[in-house]
Design a protein. Structure first.
Length: 333
């Protein structure tokens, strides 16, 4: 046998070996592609979302809220996405210029439409949030002209899947609550658009400033439109009755003298700028007639407001309750 016959395979053997090598290479590439696919899948789960920080209540983080099992997956919840102010620095500068004599913007007030066109999120950004929410099975219940908020509702199961959280029941001092167990995440493409998210828990809700009053109990969910027109009313003031007014006659509740102090409506900063509140009619500042807005949470009886007016008939008032089914009715004076 020649030496060449010892080292050179026959044509059949060579073809078989080449076929085997190709098949082996194909298996290697298939395995590599499979590994790449797994890596890409992992990236889709972890690399394309961004966390919204600071949205786990401190009571849950610290463990003072005791976990009591999973919250009902079919329970409906209302959420509100807050969008970023895209031109915050310019917005703040405009407000400074608006009150600076000599500025081209001095007293150059804008209509709501002008403000939205200049400072609000773009229609495209707001629509991106709406489209994403709807694609995840969330129902958009309300959109706002300034495009800063998007209201949605969905069952807990859809919210958990969309935001990568778990909604649990918690106990605090014998009372039951629900809350997310971690910060929610949104697609990275929305990371520069979505600023905040409300409604994932009912631990952090508006509370009474007077700790002597019982906390109102809000329903977890109320069906119907997100907002509606509620009860309202108004009273004209009679300045001739000011001299006979009785001070501090509400037995610990708010009196007019409290409204001008830090106990209720802190006007000190505005007073320092000469922009607000001149009940004593001091010269060279604002007029003595000043409007003050009060926003409260819970159910307020119209008869209570009428009683306040009857006690202080020299004050005028106009009030309306705005049923907000996200958490509470919102009386505004």
């Amino acid at each position: 046998m020649k030496s060449s016959e010892l080292t050179r395979p026959t044509n059949e053997a060579a073809q078989s070996r080449r076929t085997g090598n190709v098949a082996s290479a194909q298996r290697i590439w298939a395995a590599a592609l499979l590994g790449l696919a797994v890596a890409v899948a992992g990236l889709a789960q972890t690399g394309t979302t961004i966390e919204i920080p600071g949205l786990v209540p401190p009571a849950v983080v610290k463990g003072t809220a005791v976990a009591a099992g999973a919250f009902s997956s079919s329970q409906m919840l209302r959420l509100v996405f807050g969008l970023e102010h895209p031109h915050m620095a310019e917005e703040e500068q405009f407000l400074v210029d608006l009150n600076t004599k000599g500025s081209p913007e001095y007293r150059h007030f804008l209509t709501a439409e002008e403000w939205n066109a200049r400072f609000s999120p773009s229609p495209q950004d707001e629509q991106a949030v709406v489209d994403w929410a709807q694609a995840q099975g969330l129902t958009v219940t309300y959109r706002f002209a300034n495009r800063l908020l998007v209201d949605v509702e969905a069952p807990v199961s859809a919210i958990e899947a969309t935001l990568g959280v778990k909604i649990n029941s918690y106990a605090i001092n014998g009372a039951s609550y629900y809350s997310n167990d971690r910060n929610p995440a949104v697609p990275a493409a929305l990371g520069h658009i979505v600023h905040s998210l409300g409604g994932l828990n009912n631990i952090q809700v508006m509370k009474s400033g007077n700790h002597g009053f019982p906390e109102p109990v809000f329903p977890v969910y109320s069906p119907g439109p997100a907002y509606a027109v509620g009860e309202g009313g108004s009273h004209e003031g009679d300045r001739t009755k000011l001299p006979g007014a009785k001070p501090a006659s509400t037995n610990g509740a708010y009196d007019p003298t409290d409204i001008y102090s830090s106990q209720a409506y802190d006007t000190n900063a505005l007073d320092a700028l000469g922009h607000c509140c001149n009940p004593l009619n001091n010269p060279n500042v604002t007029p003595p007639t000043t409007s003050i807005a009060i926003v409260s949470a819970g159910v307020v009886s119209g008869s209570d407001i009428t009683g306040f007016h009857n006690t202080y008939p020299y004050l005028a008032d106009h009030w309306a309750a705005v049923p907000d089914r996200r958490h509470y009715d919102d009386p505004r004076w």
